[in-house]
Each structure stands twice: as C-alpha cells, then as structure tokens.
Design a protein around this ligand. Structure first.
Ligand code: UGA
Length: 450
C-alpha cells in the first residue's frame, strides 16, 4: 500500500478519528483545526472529547510524525493527494443544514489544491451538495475530483466503528478518485488488529465490511437516510412505550420479540427518554428541509421529531403523577451526555429533563462521569452539577437515570435507597430489572414498563 499525502479539515469526532487511523496506516496526514483551544489540547497529545482509544492513536501518530497539526492549510494544500472535508454542518434556525463551513473549505481547496486532487466530502450534507461544490471548483477553474464518502461512526465507539465498519460508501464521477478512497479503507481494514492494539481495544466483532460504490447523490442521501431511519425506529419504540404504559405491557419484552424478526431487527428499538446528540436531531430536521427544497413533504420525519421532543416532558409528567407534585421535591438526574460513552452533551435528553423538572418546581441535582463540564452551559443556573453520584443523590426524593453509563448500571441499589429520603427510581433508559429495584425498597418507574 503506497503512502498518500492527506489533509483533513476539521478535528471533530469524524475528522480526528479519520486522521489518527490514516496516520497510523502508512499515510502522511495533516489535520487542520482552526479553533486554538482545540489545537492546543491536540498538540499535547489529547483529544478534547472523551473517546476510547483516540488518545493512544493520536500519541502514536504524533510520535511517528505521520500526523501534523496546523491551523493554516494554505501552505500545504498544493502538495496533497487527497483532501477530506470533515467540518461541522450545524442547523440553521429553520432546521435546514448550514453549509457555510463546507463551502468555505471547498473554496479554499479550489484556490490552493493542485489539479486532479481527490476531494472527499465526509461532513453530513444534504443531497445535492456535491453538485453545488463542483460549481465552486469549476468557478476557480480547478479540476478537482469530488467524492462523497459519508461517515457512519457513533460517538463513544468511534474507533471501534471505524475499524470494524459495516460498510464504506463512496460516490463520485471519477473512477480513479473513487478507487483511491476505497483503497484507504482497505488499508485500515488490513491494519485493523495493529490499530486495535495501539488504541487498546480488545473486542473483535465478527464483521464482514462491505465496500459500496454509488453515484454521488445516492451516497449523500444514504447517510441522512440511515440516520433518519434509526431516529424513526427510536420514536416508533417510544410511541409503543406510551401505549404499553397505558395497557399493562412491557415495551422491552415487546421490542425483544418484535426485533427477533430478522426483517425488523432489535437495534435502535430501545424506548426511553428519546434521542439526542449532534446528529439525529440535526439530520432529521435537515432531511425535512432538504426534501422541501425538492418539493417533497416528509410528514413521517416531522412525526418522529414530535414524538422525540415529547419524551422528557412525558417522563416528568409521570414522575409528577407518582409523587403528587414536583414543587419543592428534591430530584437527581444521573446522566448529562446524550448517551453513555461520550462527553458530548449536545441536545442531551438528560439535560432537557433536568431543565423541565426544574421548571416544574423541583430542586434538581445532576451528575455525569464525563459530561458535567459540557452540560453546565445548557442547564438552568440553579441546577447543581455534582462531582459524584453519591453527592447528587444525597437526601433526594427521586433519582432519574438518563444514560446507561456502566457507573450507573452498576449502582448499589440498597446503598442508593439508604442515601435518598424518598423512594422513586425512574429508569429513563429502561436498563434495570424492575424487581431488583423494588427489592431494594425503591419504587420503579420505566418508560413503557407498566
Ligand atoms: C449516529 C449514528 O448511529 C451513526 O451511525 C452516525 O455516523 C452518527 O449519528 C453521525 O451522523 O455522525 P450517534 O449520534 O453517535 O451516532 O449516536 P447513536 O448511538 O446513534 O445514538 C443517538 C441517540 O439515540 C442517543 O441519544 C441514544 O441514547 C439514542 N438511542 C439509541 C435511543 O434512544 N434508543 C436506541 O434504541 C438507540
């Protein structure tokens, strides 16, 4: 495998993970990050977010000098074989996808990259973005090859997902460029075990990776469709959970049996406090809005959003029914990241629930093993962010578990009951066995587990 000179714009979850894996797979990588505080942390060999295995891969690549960090792309762009765009695509106020960073990077590259450079779009973008980017390239008279290569890694398991990937999707007009991108992933696949050893990952899932070549627009649409469908599954499970609450069924049992049908599958049917994070909420609203641009209505995705938005309030209402009132009640929310395994608190359901409980008159304490710092800004000011579970639960009337961090799943329920003054245990991720909770003297509530 020949060594490529690769530049990557953006050191977020996708850009940094891609950079450290390619730099440890016999490529010379330059990672461009314009945020000075992020760059400072990266230069010290640390990632600015919590992700298993990333620091080890970053340290190794910096020591090998196969990874260079910079905030100035101009001097190096003319000598690269492949340039990745992994910049953010936040939501606009109307829910559409903001492509300002994407187009700004495309202009810089069009101006400074040598002709025939392969441009890889890894940011999540609406279908049609490749066509618009090609117009930018042509306006600079540069013959660059646009390849859409969407990313499917999940936060919290970014390295594992990138080593044992289900599929790589590549879509572009130039065969040689497509091939070059596919070869990069083949090199990661063939270096899998070595990369896993560097990152300290031991689990080796049994997976056959698929390499999928499509047209550019299909590749773009595949990414948002996958996220939208997963979001749809979660909102569907949450709708059934509400019915289960009213009808005496247990949504976990229902979904275990429904998901046993191989046509349906069990994944992403876990009911609870709903989905959050930097991807699903943004990608669902982006899909609705990009469909509108093409004159297509997507009521199914609007319904998924509305079910999702309702879940934290639904949980707070059920708690209120169980306790009589929330006013003056002391409650602890355990879990502020949008899911376990990450410090990311963007659109976190735990944060949303804590704020709703606070607005309903409760005195709220919170704790997260890794997301306290990130969540603080999103929490109402008088919500206390504690240093430990023990601090957060002391003397409370109710505890809400909002992420499945191992620390919470392994909680000693008897000890917890002893620390609380009330007895409501609200399992908002449906991960506990209700009878274990009740045997500890606590009252169990789940989502759809009447
Ligand atoms: C998601 C996709 O799973 C990735 O494939 C994709 O690459 C990524 O978005 C992206 O676009 O960058 P991520 O947002 O990291 O990954 O997290 P997920 O594990 O998908 O979880 C999203 C949310 O759904 C979390 O809040 C999680 O707790 C919730 N969830 C997940 C449920 O409520 N129920 C489930 O059954 C599964």
């Amino acid at each position: 495998m020949t060594s490529n000179k690769i530049a990557i714009f953006g050191a977020g979850y996708v850009g940094l993970t891609t950079a450290v894996l390619l730099a440890n797979s016999n490529n010379k990588v330059t990672l461009i990050e314009t945020n000075p505080s992020r760059l400072k942390v990266l230069r010290a060999g640390k990632s600015f977010f919590y992700e298993q295995g990333i620091d080890e891969l970053l340290g190794q690549a910096l020591r090998n000098k196969s990874l260079v960090l910079t905030d100035d792309s101009i001097p190096i762009l003319g000598s690269q074989d492949i340039i990745f765009s992994c910049v953010g695509t936040p939501s606009n106020a109307d829910g559409s996808c903001n492509l300002a960073y994407v187009f700004s990077v495309a202009k810089t590259i069009a101006e400074h990259a040598k002709p025939e450079t392969v441009f890889v779009q890894k940011s999540t973008v609406p279908v049609g973005t490749g066509g618009k980017t090609d117009i930018i390239f042509k306006s600079f008279g540069n013959n660059l090859h646009y390849v859409s290569n969407p990313e499917f890694l999940r936060e919290g398991t970014a390295v594992q997902d990138s080593l044992w990937f289900d599929r790589v999707v590549v879509g572009g007009d130039n065969k040689r460029a497509n091939q070059k991108v596919l070869d990069l992933y083949r090199s990661i696949e063939s270096n899998r075990n070595r990369l896993a050893a560097i990152s300290g990952l031991s689990e080796v899932p049994d997976i056959v990776s698929k390499y999928i070549l499509t047209n550019r627009n299909s590749a773009e649409l595949i990414k948002v469709t996958a996220n939208a469908f997963l979001a749809l599954k979660i909102s569907f499970a949450n709708s059934i959970a509400k019915l289960a609450d009213h009808s005496g069924a247990d949504v976990n049992e229902v979904m275990d049996a429904v998901g046993a049908d191989s046509r349906i599958g069990r994944a992403f049917l876990d009911a609870g406090r709903g989905y959050g994070g930097g991807c699903f909420p943004k990608d669902v609203s982006g899909l609705i809005s990009s469909a509108e641009e093409y004159g297509v209505d997507m009521p199914i995705m609007a319904a998924a959003t509305s079910v999702n938005d309702s879940m934290p309030g639904y949980i707070a209402n059920k708690a209120q029914e169980a306790m009589g009132t929330l006013t003056g009640k002391r409650v602890a929310v355990l879990g502020l990241s949008f899911k376990a395994g990450t410090s990311d608190a963007r659109k976190s359901p735990g944060v949303k629930l804590a704020n709703i409980l606070h607005s309903s008159g409760a005195i709220v304490t919170t704790y997260d093993p890794h997301a306290n710092g990130e969540a603080k800004e999103e929490l109402k000011r008088s919500i206390a962010v504690c240093k430990s579970t023990a601090d957060a639960v002391k003397g409370v009337d109710a505890v809400f578990i909002t992420t499945s961090w191992p620390e919470f799943l392994g909680i000693d329920l008897k000890e917890l009951a002893g620390k609380m003054s009330g007895s409501l245990f609200y399992d908002a991720v449906n991960c506990f066995n209700p009878s274990d909770v009740e045997q500890s003297g606590l009252q169990y509530l789940g989502v759809g587990r009447s």
